[in-house]
Design a protein around this ligand. Structure first.
Ligand code: SAM
Length: 249
């Protein structure tokens, strides 16, 4: 019996996997240990040449994994394929409960009812990049939505990403970011902090405000109402990181 076509295999796997849209998402997912049962490329030799340049550590695995698929097959499966002509399916990793506060060596980011998938993905990418403890979301947005994964460039697999119950927020000192708070520049953020950020439209929810140990503001020029959500997370995590000793000192 001949092996199933890429489209048939995709249909079999779709319900239990998440979409990795593009070469970079696939690269990061493989590098950080994702299980990738199917990876398609419209031009396998060009994709492997790209890997030689950008991910030499993964060339062998990609050569063993990538299956050539016609451009119209990929379009049929993902709608508007990524410019790199690569799409793959990966098994999502369960976030599990976050480590106990006393065991955490880096802050945990809590997004309180975020709305924009691109913002959530940008935050996952930041958290993975600085080595923070993970991203938890409250509200209705699925933090593993394909658009979120595309914006994180597949870095979901390099950190912990899941949902939080607003009635059971993770333990640890809760610093809630709000333009009305105390200036961040005067504070040292502890490594086991939970850093909470409000939604793009409404800001922090009453539940998170009530649980906060401190309300913290990022300095802004008079007349500006607020920063973008992902930008606020970046500034706050940089402040935490800048307070750390560089390794080996
Ligand atoms: C786009 S803002 C929300 C604006 C919203 N209209 C409000 O009333 O807060 C999204 C989130 O980013 C964070 N943020 C944005 N600018 C901030 C600032 N200057 N200081 C502290 N947090 C800020 C907050 O957590 C805020 O809830």
């Amino acid at each position: 019996m001949s092996p199933p076509s890429p489209a048939a295999r995709w249909a079999e796997l779709a319900a239990t996997t998440v979409l990795l849209d593009g070469f970079h998402a696939l690269k990061h997912a493989l590098r950080f240990g994702a299980e990738v049962p199917l990876a398609l490329a419209t031009d396998r030799p060009t994709t492997l040449a790209l890997a030689e340049r950008l991910a030499p550590d993964l060339v062998e695995r990609l050569a063993a994994t990538l299956v050539e698929a016609a451009p119209e097959t990929l379009r049929g499966l993902v709608g508007r394929p990524h410019p790199t002509g690569v799409a793959a399916l990966a098994v999502p990793t369960a976030a599990g409960p976050p480590a106990a506060a006393e065991a955490r060596r880096a802050p945990l980011v809590l997004l309180d009812q975020p709305r924009h998938l691109g913002n959530v993905g940008a935050v996952v990418r930041l958290v993975a990049g600085v080595g923070a403890a993970g991203v938890l979301t409250t509200g209705t947005v699925d933090p593993w939505h394909p658009t979120v994964l595309r914006a994180s460039a597949g870095l979901h697999f390099a950190t912990r990403v899941g949902r939080a119950d607003p009635g059971e927020l993770p333990a640890g000192p809760l610093f809630a970011l709000d333009p009305e708070g105390e200036d961040l520049r005067g504070l040292r953020l502890p490594d086991h902090a939970v850093l909470a950020f409000g939604s793009e439209r409404a800001g922090l929810s009453p539940e998170v405000r009530a649980r906060a140990d401190a309300l913290v503001a990022l300095p802004m020029r008079a007349g500006v109402s607020s920063y973008n959500l992902a930008t606020s997370v970046a500034m706050t995590l940089y402040h935490w990181q800048a307070g750390q000793r560089p390794p080996g000192t």
